[in-house]
Write a protein that binds this ligand. Sequence first.
Ligand code: NOJ
Ligand code: CA
Length: 662
Amino acid sequence: MLRAKTFVAGLLILILATACSSETVVLSPDGSIELQFKLVNDQPFYQVKKDGAVLVTDSQLGFEIQNQSAIRDNLQIIDVQQSTFDETWSQPWGEVKNIRNHYNGLVVTLQEKSNLQRIVKLNFRVFDDGLGFRYEFPEQENLKDFVITNELTAFNMWSDLKAWWIPAYGDEIDSEFLFSQNNLSEIGQKVHTPFTMEAGDSLFVSIHEAALVDYAGMTLNPVGKELKCDLVPWSTGEKVKTSAPMKTPWRTIQIAKSAGDLITSYLVLNLNEPNKLQDLGYVKPEKYNGIWWGMHLNKYTWKKGPNHGAASPVVKQYIDFAAANGLSGVLVEGWNEGWDYDWSLGRFNFTTPYPDFDLADLSQYAQEHNVGLIGHHETGGNIENYESQLPEAFAFYQKHGVHSVKTGYVTRQPSGEFHQGQYMVRHYQRVVEMAAAHQIALDIHEPVKATGLRRTYPNLMTREGARGTEYEAWSAGNPPEHTVILPFTRCLAGPLDYTPGIFDILIEERPENRVHTTLAKQLALYVTIYSPLQMAADLPENYEGQPAFQFIRDVPTDWEETRVLNAKIGDYLTIVRKDRNSDDWYLGSATDEQAKELSIDLGFLLPNRKYQAEIYADAADADMESNPTAIEITSSTVTATDQLELKLAPGGGQAIRFHLLE
Ligand code: NOJ
Ligand code: CA
């Protein structure tokens, strides 16, 4: 199903010229969003309206350039092109199969009236669910190699909106924070994107970026109601080193009438280039377990010694468990030389296994059990060390039949480069391409933020870039509201490897730590937090004899359709997804620390058909604090005309499989 058309739509365009300002307007296909571009005193500005009301008031565009004047002043419009585009494309894997890419486009070419006469184009795409814009510098005489010292893009919000945020420049690993909620004027520090705002019950806005390639990541600096683009610098202070011709990433503004519609907006993906990879046979959504949680609990060590996690007998035990339970991947961390030193030194060797880890033997054992090993490259943030071994590191895994690798960047030493700066953006890109050349898919921890590049490079499957389950093992943990904020913030960027599925909620090995959910909510996370790779994170022994583990065995990782049935950011949400490979639907519902009752309509099921609803609910007396593992597993026959009442305990959740009966 592919429909595409592009033409110049003269009727949609309105150019008003006055003595000091000229305006160009473009509407979204349904007419609800209006983008206005204008020059005011020869400087570029844009404005956005939703349903006729101003949402982003006049906001600055432009750049400061090293050793040159800013590209902002003395500009004139020399060309205006308008187009419309409508295409439906399919994701090789994803949270939804088919995505409609439908927008009205506007490209305004600006040129300085005198002096250097530099040219910059502004490319706007206005969709029904928001808009994106990027700057393009064509090849030109007076702009060759140049250094951007500041991007002047601003997002001047119409009112002092409520927002959810994590700090930018916060620590060594960049984005592993709990969210705060404040009005814009109260934030007072630079924040990461996606940055999500709410205006009452019927308007939600999220600012992010798409297609971040060879440029600096954008953070936002809130000043009053205005959010100023703040590009993450090099350690030496420059923002972007570049040369014309070039295109910046897209600045994106997603606009929705309900919080759930932000989750099912695919605008960021639509602004990325189509798939560039030939063979995708090795790129497979899957569930995995791994030699991982045991290290975070100090049961095993990454480094060699008596409790070495990656020792072959332990790995075989995990392979056996995976094979018996429908998990097709086994992650092994701590398998290679280098873990005996301080990680931040990054002295890892990616082709030298510890002597007790026999990769050839394990790889064959895994294959015999229809399981694939998932490799691990912890770099410790030492990019020089990693890059010097890059081709060999991936060739080594490829030779042993490993088609998926988790990477990690736990510090930013010794280079001192930020995870979101241009230096690291280039590095992550190099790794994605190197992995693809060796038929390897990636799960990146401590990553650069996702900006939809998975469309172009589908081997870039998932990543962390959030405070995940690991924090439950060795810190104060993640309060219940964290997982009902993530789907509306971090997860708008792309898949999140949150590593759910902890059944030993009180964590026997670490009595001072615990997981901050009920057991039923651990199951719900497989549906509410999308990732094509989902971990069954707990120790295999904690799943033995647990009827609730059946949901993890059953839940798919590749979806045809996704719908949000109800949502309130920071409070609760319910998502249903249809399996891509069967007629079954799955539901995940989660709440914060408050108990919640939700009534849901099963109208998403096929009409006039019967489904077996396998329900994993918080028991009547379940409570995250006092009785977290009380779960009630029931089964009943339902149809599309039924309603279900979900009762979620404080810190609780519910998971349901709707299995189509013949
Ligand atoms: C941090 C990652 O998030 C975690 O999953 C991993 O186990 C450690 N680094 C060690 O690489
Ligand atoms: Ca981490």
